[in-house]
Design a protein around this ligand. Structure first.
Ligand SMILES: [Zn+2]
Length: 245
């Protein structure tokens, strides 16, 4: 880990793990804002430093990621050094993530959904899951105590899959947009990558339209979708939070 630490490394309630700086801002930034507003400690682990991106350098993106973290209200954000666009589910990489899991001891981990256009996103779904499992094994020894997160959820915004649930991000969508716009090297209008990137004006329209779509599925204005793979356990049917029929 070599990016600057935001605040401290006290335990986190929710840790979002993603391949690239700016992934979390797009897929679950509103959820992190909502969790922070509820008083939970949130954290972000980016696995790569963005050196393969068409625009901007890894250094620029490191600064932008810290600013975005501030705008998302997260307590901790760092980046590992996995190769950008060549993320692989190896034991070495799993152990790098295990160290962070044992440091932050999150109750919930957010991973990208496993079916994705970018191979790094798909790789992180499997890599992150296996790291969460290994982290709980006493015989996988590091300098920190074993810890297994209670729950993993997959941020599925870009996947063609029916979400298990939606988080209402209506009060937080403007702030989420501000966090994404912290990545000036990526999203400000510029000649480099002009044919590859959407114009700045359209990013707002697209991201708000996606959030509106998922919000509608749950009867709210703006939402972020998640898939949960494990079966839920219910104590009281009247308290299961679903949209009324
Ligand atoms: Zn990405």
């Amino acid at each position: 880990m070599n990016a600057a630490t935001v605040l401290d490394s006290a335990p986190a309630d929710v840790l979002a793990i993603a391949a690239h700086r700016d992934d979390v801002e797009q897929t679950c930034g509103g959820t992190l804002l909502r969790m922070a507003a509820r008083g939970l400690r949130t954290a972000i682990l980016d696995l790569t430093q963005g050196e393969a991106g068409t625009r901007g350098s890894a250094e620029e993106r490191a600064e932008e990621a810290q600013e975005a973290a501030r705008r998302l209200g997260v307590s901790w954000r760092e980046a590992l050094d996995l190769p950008d666009s060549a993320v692989q589910n190896t034991l070495e990489n799993r152990l790098k993530i295990v160290r962070v899991l044992r440091l932050l001891r999150p109750r919930v981990v957010i991973l990208p959904y496993g079916q994705a256009r970018h191979p790094d996103h798909a790789a992180v779904a499997a890599l992150g899951y296996e790291a969460c499992f290994l982290s709980g094994l006493a015989k996988v020894e590091t300098d920190l105590k074993p810890h297994r997160p209670f729950k993993i959820v997959y941020a599925s915004l870009y996947a063609d899959v029916r979400p298990s649930f939606i988080v209402d991000i209506t009060p937080f969508i403007e702030q989420r947009h501000l966090a994404l716009m912290a990545y000036r090297s990526q999203y400000a209008n510029q000649p480099t990558g002009g044919a590859l990137f959407v114009p700045e004006e359209e990013i707002r329209e697209r991201t708000f339209a996606e959030a509106r779509h998922y919000g509608l599925l749950a009867g709210v204005r703006y939402g972020e979708p998640f898939v949960q793979k494990e079966v839920g356990l219910v104590d009281d049917l009247t308290l299961v939070p679903v949209q009324s029929i």
